[in-house]
Design a protein around this ligand. Sequence first.
Ligand SMILES: [Zn+2]
Length: 303
Amino acid sequence: MIPRSMRLALSAALLGGGVAVVVAQQDMSKVEIKTEQLSDDLWVLYGAGGNIGVCSGPDGMLLIDDQYPQLSEKILAAAKTAHDAPLRWVINTHWHGDHVGGNENMATAGATIIAQERVRERMMEGQDNKFFGRKIDPAPAKALPVITFNDTTELHVNGEDAIAFHVPPAHTDGDVVVWFPKSNVVHMGDTYFSSTYPIIDRESGGSIDGLITTSERVLARINDQTKVIPGHGKVSDKAGLQGYHDMLVGVRGAIAKLAKQKKTLEQAQAAKPTAPWDDVWGKGFMKPDTFVQIVFGELSAKK
Ligand SMILES: [Zn+2]
């Protein structure tokens, strides 16, 4: 019989492997970058990895996140097809490799990289992420954000006020949401997955409570016409984000009850606390049992 600690390590390794396999098996040369226009000067690019926001106009091009290095040329080509302007800035929504992987290439192409200060610190440190089975080396100097901020920063470009604001630790502890009031578009990075349970990277400071607070803060600013760019999945709207928020609150409540009753992880998973939401949210890459494991781990550690 496999001891419990080892089984946990095994399931973590499988998850890590699963996530890594998606990337490793994906032949980047076959990835096509798809473009969707959201307003006169804003687009979203879908490729492999986190969704990219593009704000392009007379002042130059701003990217929000930049996926993987192998895709940089294709990403720039797609962005320049949308609107031809020199690349000048990249804002990273958080430090994960599928969002900052192109930083070095984008810096070489002329971009100033901007991020919350934890993004730079974590990229400099690297990480041995036990839960996801990922070892991340410290990033080369050229890939690091050169402008960092703590709470909020604004870029006044192309007639937009791009407001990047730090949120409480949610997906990681360096998350920012980027809000474009004029175009009524918001990029939420990985604080929002529009069609699957989210990843909460606890070893990077993530927390379900922060995810809930973040969605509440964004919901308070937007209206029914707002276009909401998630970190992964199709562009969504206020109703979609509200559904995600309500799911998070429901799942948290159900799992908190089990943590309070001092259940073991196996008992908590067997109780299927996410069952009412699994049809909608449980069919993506984050499986219900793994999501329960992450949230239960956090809530039982709190008590
Ligand atoms: Zn992420």
